[in-house]
Design a binder for this molecule. Sequence first.
Ligand code: 3EB
Length: 331
Amino acid sequence: MSEAAERLFPAPSLLVRYGDPADVPAHSLLAAVRYHESSPATGALTIDSGFSIWARSPELAQKPGLCELWVTDCPVAHHQDGALRFADDGRFLFGVIEIDEGEAGSIERAAEIAYQRIIDFMAKRPGSQILRYWNYFSRINEGQGDAERYRHFCTGRASGLGDFRVEQLPAATAIGRQDDTPCLQVYWLAASAAGRHIENPRQVSAYRYPRCYGPTSPSFSRAHLLSQGPLLISGTASVVGHESHHVGDLDAQFHETLSNLNSLIQNARRFHDRLPVRFGAQSVLKVYLRHREHLDRVTRLMSALPNTPWIIVGGDICRADLLIEIDGLHQ
Ligand code: 3EB
């Protein structure tokens, strides 16, 4: 787009920050994802991610009840379509579906149902494209080898997605909630503006993982870049090539994860040269941490990132040998 065109048609603005939904006008709030046991804001697509509340962040110290706020500059309308709830501002859509695993019969079937419904719903909105998914469910590492619940989830997800081209897969996160609620939660972000699939040169694309990680390779891209930013970053962990590195070593996993994130940003900058090289005040990071006893250590490690808003939540990483994963948004 030329500079003159950019002034006439400014890039759609989408801000993500951690805060209190009450501080944002309800018509600007696309979604509020809460990690804490406080009452939800009215009028917003509040989503309870159900994470254990050993969440921590600099903001949380002052404000309990912290939420991840998705704020837009166009009026938001809220809708329901069966089990599926969504908020829409005409350019961005944030949706959520929750499937009871007991009713579905298995995590595999729950994933298949969730993704079928999302794909069917989005098919009614041509011109709108899914950029990013988040998947949360309990006991993600339960079961040995191919019987692991995460692997069953991957099979159900791929089946629900139907025919898809791997080069067009959205970014994603899949994390184990540290509770026993048998409920699969899937949230997604869609937009009328198309973006670009970004992979990480340090990592084998997840959809090309070899058979040893399960019968169905995970269906996600490493990141999705909107044409004017932001970069939507998938769950990123200490995986180099396709192997988990530094098993049992939290600090080394953290630094390897940061190396992966830096490499992803560098790769995305080939398509958007104004994307900052480093994380900063316009970025938001979410750390999923398996063990509570690592909270102080990771708080210190995250505090070294200058100006970057972050939150740490308790969550199980989908490979049992990983202790930490980070996702987020960068612009
Ligand atoms: C990895 O690199 C870590 O199955 O949707 C990260 C992000 C991971 C998303 C998913 C899994 C998923 O393989 C695991």
